[in-house]
Design a binder for this molecule. Structure first.
Ligand code: CO
Length: 281
């Protein structure tokens, strides 16, 4: 029998204002790099008031990371320096590889409820200069595994026999949107070497044979093991599961740019000043 993963850290994050004035919860961030490697940042949105987010994230650069934006509900309009334009809509995911560098803007549009997250996934040193690209994963492209306990949307990676919309081009990552029925029990095998955390979107979760109860809007980081088990509360439970192999590389982080060394960061900001940031690869 495998070893079940136990809770290592519970993170509530902090309320922050980012972009041109978007209220969000920074669930994980800079201080969590070692624990959550290869995941750098998780910003969660949950608002029924468009004033909280319509100022959006006007034009800004990224380099050295991938951003994964997933909306359970809402509408984010985006545009970028590659000439892409579009919307992320309810149930959809945008997987953006900044690689060598991109300029983009992300502008949430008024919606009844904006509920979702943006995850920053680090790129390995050897892929920091990858060609920038967008992957528009609409809701229809995300397979849903229907089970007795609930529904599992496979955004990335493979769950059982269900292949996700992507496997992750640079960092193999498992990202699941798990929606459990009231009191349902759910478990899955997780690669022993992979970092594992979940973010509870709605409801409450019970762990360790119901000994621990965790409420919503929290991230839970798990320790070593090869199996993950959770039980939904009386209202059901919706959470997003993130798992990936740690990169174990040095991290030099400057705002929207994440490299391996201070020199690479300095170069990036110099290139932004000089207008040479975007590479024609
Ligand atoms: Co951005």
């Amino acid at each position: 029998m495998g070893k079940s993963r136990e809770i290592r850290r519970i993170v509530t994050g902090s309320n922050q204002v980012d972009g041109a004035g978007v209220k969000l919860v920074r669930v994980i961030g800079r201080a969590d790099v070692e624990d959550f490697d290869p995941f750098l940042m998780l910003d969660a949105f949950d608002s029924r008031n468009s004033e909280d987010y319509i100022k959006g994230f006007p034009w800004h650069p990224h380099r050295g990371i991938e951003t994964v934006t997933y909306l359970i509900s809402g509408d984010i309009e985006h545009g970028d320096s590659l000439g892409n334009r579009g919307h992320i809509l309810s149930g959809g995911c945008q997987w953006m590889t900044a690689g060598s560098g991109i300029l983009h803007q992300e502008m949430p549009q008024p919606a009844e409820r904006m509920l979702g997250f943006q995850l920053w996934l680090n790129l390995p040193r050897k892929d920091k200069w990858a060609h920038p690209q967008y992957r528009d994963i609409t809701a229809a492209l995300i397979p849903k595994a229907q089970e007795k306990s609930g529904t599992v949307g496979v955004i990335s990676g493979t769950y059982g026999k269900t292949q996700g919309a992507t496997q992750g081009d640079y960092v193999p990552a498992l990202i699941l949107d798990v929606d459990l029925k009231p009191n349902a029990q759910w478990h899955m095998a997780i690669d022993r070497d992979f970092t594992l955390f979940i973010y509870i979107v709605q409801g409450e979760g019970f762990f360790d044979s119901a000994a621990q109860r965790i409420a919503s809007h929290r991230a839970i980081l798990f320790g070593e093991g090869d199996e993950f088990a959770i039980q939904a509360g009386r209202e059901g439970l919706r959470f997003v599961l993130f798992s990936g192999r740690p990169l174990k590389e040095p991290v030099a982080w400057g705002g929207p740019i994440v490299m391996n060394t201070r020199e690479e960061l300095d170069a990036a900001f110099r290139e932004l000043d000089e207008g040479t940031f975007i590479k024609n690869l």
